[in-house]
Design a protein around this ligand. Structure first.
Ligand SMILES: [Zn+2]
Length: 203
């Protein structure tokens, strides 16, 4: 990942990013490839994977066990991921059924959860009349509280059935959303959000 993108993602100034990256290089967690590309070393990868696993398990704990709103679990999990021990990870997994993904549909590293990318398509790529089950929301949508709140309010969470009703000339997509236990509802999505929502197309 290039340093500019890291800064954008974390909301940090370029100088702060390059200082942080330098420290991670000294400690052996990342390497600089080429001009500005930052890559995880094996040691860095192991730590990153553990953090992602704890983050996603914390999200499930907050939604499934504590009953917290779906749109709040990502920001709340950011603290939990730093303090979770392997014993707590195991205890959460034991409470969840089957092979859980995170509440946004992303696989939990170290488990065999999640449907492979090759079977999924972004909503933005579907033609009118096509649809499927909303399966994964890319991590980018998790960064924006208002986006998450909007998605939850309109039932745009994993498990909902989506059908593309029409696409406007500017790329806006009109969807019908069917969520178990609720009436079908319509919602319009811009290109950017529609690119971040991936469905398992209906055959
Ligand atoms: Zn998250």
């Amino acid at each position: 990942m290039v340093q500019a993108r890291i800064g954008e993602r974390l909301g940090l100034a370029p100088a702060t990013v390059s200082e942080g990256v330098k420290r991670l290089v000294t400690e052996g967690y990342v390497e600089i490839r080429g001009a500005r590309d930052v890559e995880l070393t094996e040691k860095g990868h192991l730590i990153a994977e553990a953090l992602v696993r704890r983050h996603r398990l914390a999200e499930r704990m907050l939604t499934d066990i504590l009953g917290m709103a779906w749109h709040l679990c990502h920001e709340q999990a950011e603290d939990w991921e730093k303090v979770m021990t392997p014993e707590v990870e195991e205890a959460i997994l034991a409470k969840l059924e089957g092979e859980p993904t995170c509440p946004h549909g992303n696989p939990i590293p170290g488990t065999s959860s999640g449907i492979p990318w090759s079977s999924l398509e972004p909503v933005a790529a579907l033609d009118a009349g096509a649809g499927g089950v909303l399966t994964r929301l890319l991590e980018d949508v998790e960064l924006d509280h208002d986006v998450l709140k909007f998605l939850e309010e309109h039932g745009l969470m994993p498990g909902s059935h989506l059908t593309v009703m029409d696409t406007a000339p500017d790329g806006t997509i009109l969807l019908e959303v069917q969520r178990a236990g609720t009436n079908p509802a319509r919602v319009a999505l811009g290109r950017n959000l529609a690119d971040n929502l991936w469905v398992l197309p209906a055959l």
